[in-house]
Design a protein around this ligand. Structure first.
Ligand code: AMP
Ligand code: MG
Length: 338
């Protein structure tokens, strides 16, 4: 298959929407990361999305809609708390897990009776949904297990020849995927995956708990609240190790382990006194979110075999950065107490 590169203009947006209507798959920019988009009701198209990614069949796809009022078409029940959250955070980087109805095939929901619903704010994705008239299933547009794509080139890298087209919409604003929440009861949201809609922001509206799998490996035999928690994720080819320490202790650690193809991922500013091979990934949590997946891909391109990462702050969107990194490290963390 020849994958066409489309531009961010109305003619190409209409073309992409037509392709999706016809059951094809298109890579589309969103404010979180790029998505691999298909009509969520079309079982063949959804199967092709799982195939293109190499994604396990039990890992559900999020369904993207133009407006939260359309969630009523695809779900059987929406609690009040979801409407209150939607008023504040839709459109945006929030996915709410709700009981689905039979308009969403089981293959799309990975065999679950629930469906994750998101209303993206990115104008290109919004227009594609509106013009196609389809509920759009869109996982991140990477090969399963690799870092998510934050620009069209990353999508081409992973998906060239496997999908019909990609719209080039520049770099994704946030750089990490949406916050996924489920509801414990009428008053409490449970964060299954942290993102740009932070626990602090949600807490303004309702009670919030962070599922233990956000920060910890799933215990052997434990059931995942979200299937994605079970799988190795976001990993470059290199072996990633998280390091919680002062800069001085980090430098000592790298010094002891320094050899060819060992790289460090450090904060902006650290490089002033950092004597080894490195890349920086930002000075605050928003910048770190924006750059983290790009840097992991770049380090792979440079031939890194081991990457020591300075552990990020976990406030705000920092929790999302920490969650992605600790998963890309397969939960390998070195803690050096000061
Ligand atoms: P991605 O498609 O790459 O953005 O990943 C979507 C994430 O949302 C995965 O970790 C899924 O397991 C999670 N997810 C999607 N739908 C549901 C659902 N119905 N229940 C629980 N988690 C979900
Ligand atoms: Mg993904």
């Amino acid at each position: 298959m020849n994958t066409i590169l489309l531009e961010n203009n109305i003619k190409d947006i209409i073309k992409a929407a037509e392709m999706i209507k016809q059951g094809k798959i298109v890579g589309i920019p969103t404010e979180t990361v790029y998505g691999l988009c298909a009509d969520a009701r079309n079982e063949e198209a959804v199967k092709a999305v799982f195939r293109a990614k190499g994604r396990p069949a039990d890992n559900p796809l999020i369904v993207h809609l133009a407006d939260f009022s359309q969630a009523e078409i695809y779900t059987s029940y929406i609690p009040d708390i979801a409407y209150r959250l939607a008023e504040k955070f839709c459109p945006g980087a929030l996915t709410m897990v709700l009981p689905k109805n039979d308009k969403i095939p089981m293959i799309t929901s990975g065999g679950l009776e629930t469906v994750g619903i998101r209303i993206p704010s990115h104008p290109v994705m919004h227009e594609v949904i509106k013009i196609s008239g389809c509920p759009i299933a869109a996982p991140s547009a990477n090969i399963s297990g690799l870092p998510s794509p934050t620009c069209a080139e990353h999508v081409i890298r992973d998906m060239n020849g496997k999908i019909s087209a990609v719209i080039n919409g520049g770099e994704s604003q946030f750089g990490v995927e949406s916050t996924v929440i489920s509801f414990d009861n009428e008053n409490r949201a449970r964060i299954l995956r942290p993102g740009a809609v932070t626990k602090e922001m949600l807490f303004d509206i309702c009670d919030v708990v962070v599922d233990s799998a956000v920060l910890n490996d799933l215990a052997d035999g434990a059931e995942a609240t979200s299937p994605g928690m079970k799988y190795k994720h976001y990993s470059p080819c290199a072996d990633v190790v998280m390091v919680e320490s002062s800069l001085e202790d980090f430098i000592n650690l790298v010094n002891e382990n320094n050899r060819d193809n060992v790289y460090s991922l450090i904060f902006n500013g650290d490089e002033k006194t950092f004597p080894f091979r490195y890349m920086t990934y930002g000075s605050d949590s928003s910048e770190q979110a924006h750059y983290i997946f790009r840097r992991l891909r770049e380090l792979d391109d440079m031939g890194a075999e081991k990457i020591f990462v300075r552990s990020p702050d976990t406030e705000g969107i920092g929790l999302a950065v920490y969650n992605r990194l600790i998963r890309s490290a397969g939960f390998e963390v070195i803690r050096i107490k000061e």
